[in-house]
Write a protein that binds this ligand. Sequence first.
Ligand code: ADP
Ligand code: MG
Length: 270
Amino acid sequence: MSQTAHPPQILLGHHLKALRLPVFLREHAKVAAQCAADKVDYGGFLLRLSELELLERERKGAERRIRAAQFPAPKTLEAFDFLAAPGVNKKQILELIRCEWIDKRENLIFLGNPGTGKTHLAVALGAAACQRGYNVRFLTAAALVNALAEARDERALLRLQARLAKIQLLIVDELGYVPFAKTGAELLFEAFSQRYERGSVLVTSNLPFEEWTAVFGSERLTGALLDRLTHRAHIAPIEGQSYRLAQRRRNPPSKGDKQPENIMQPVGET
Ligand code: ADP
Ligand code: MG
């Protein structure tokens, strides 16, 4: 059958699919009716449809980037209670969520005690970066070191490093909970060095910089690492008491209540 034998609607459907314009396909009849009612001309009709298509494309892109980032749990800035966290500089966080530092390939370091909201804020900032079109990956420091060590053992380190190089914001959570073996420390150092001024790193740690040597083992390595990491970096102290602990004090489980499982976990475990 020749193409012209198709009714125009079917042909239009084929073309819009071939052009990958699913919103045009789904919405054109409805938007056409609205435009007729609003006396909007062809140009206006096309504008409305393309805006809808663009919005959907952006939304899907953000969803895809958020999935790819592999955040441990969805967290937003709206859900962060700044009143409960007087040790957090709200103005600084609101500035950082605009993501200009990621454009400038600067780093961000959250330092503070366990349970104070470091991971929460890191995820919220990471998700905001995904919304703005940046590629993000969230890993704990231990997971990153494991992935690097495994890749090296399988002679796939270059491939992993190339993948990491495409990430515009690498979030390394919980640096300091587990000290690294010598090779692990060296691999992490290399990963940070490769990003230096090429891509942003967001690190969260429960340890002040003075104690990072205990994590990396070597004073020389730690010095070189801190030198790169903190050059062009925003340091955000996340001070205060554990939010989890405060919540439990506010809502203690009444006697006879079945205790939630995580109540037995030591504070600070995520
Ligand atoms: P950290 O990473 O500093 O150990 P988390 O970010 O994991 O702490 O916070 C512990 C828990 O408390 C999380 O469920 C987090 O969402 C919540 N939380 C911490 N601070 C706040 C806050 N100021 N407002 C709302 N939730 C908070
Ligand atoms: Mg945490």
